[in-house]
Ligand binder design. Structure first.
Ligand code: HEC
Length: 154
């Protein structure tokens, strides 16, 4: 009787330690929980504000201000006049982390920016779009998410 109580207590301690361990590792690798990465990107004032400095520090040197003009000739305009809004949020997020397909100049930001910082920079870019463009791109992002649910990401 005494033994099984000790055994159960021991098991409990082991479970507790391993649960903490998982949490600890998770916290170290990715400070923002992945559950904050919900698409379409939700535009909040805090995100837009934080995204402004992410953009100025990491993107503007090539892309210029969101509505242009670009600084580097081959860089794209992210405002209404460009094509960025033709793509769903999940893809834009992935491209910023791992480079767009066929990109030769655009760097990958994985390791430099967290997933949430990319959400912030997208929120900042999106906040510059006209309301009707925001609505159309949002609709496309919602449809893309439905496909991800049906067929899986990528
Ligand atoms: C060194 C210059 C450079 C920097 C810095 C840079 N880009 Fe780019 N980006 C480019 C170029 C050039 C392209 C076109 C593809 C190519 O030739 O690599 C591009 C393409 C893109 C595209 C795909 C095309 C589009 O508009 O949909 C996105 C999205 C994008 N960049 C976002 C960003 C964001 C956000 C940042 C900052 C976090 C950033 N880029 C930083 C040069 C840059």
């Amino acid at each position: 009787m005494q033994r099984s109580v000790v055994a159960i207590a021991l098991l409990f301690v082991v479970m507790l330690v391993s649960a903490c361990g998982d949490n600890y590792i998770g916290t170290r690798v990715e400070p923002q929980s992945e559950s904050s990465l919900k698409f379409p990107v939700e535009l909040t004032d805090a995100r837009i504000e934080a995204g402004k400095s992410v953009y100025v520090d990491n993107c503007a040197a090539c892309h210029g201000p969101v509505n242009g003009p670009v600084v580097l000739g081959s860089a794209t305009v992210h405002g209404d006049a460009g094509h960025t809004w033709h793509h769903p949020d999940r893809l834009l997020h992935q491209w910023i982390l791992d480079k767009p397909p066929l990109a030769t100049v655009m760097p990958a930001f994985r390791g430099d920016l967290t997933g949430e910082q990319v959400m912030q920079v997208l929120a900042y870019i999106k906040s510059h779009w006209l309301p009707e463009i925001q609505a159309r791109q949002n609709e496309g992002s919602v449809q893309y998410e439905a496909q991800v649910v049906e067929f899986g990401a990528e």
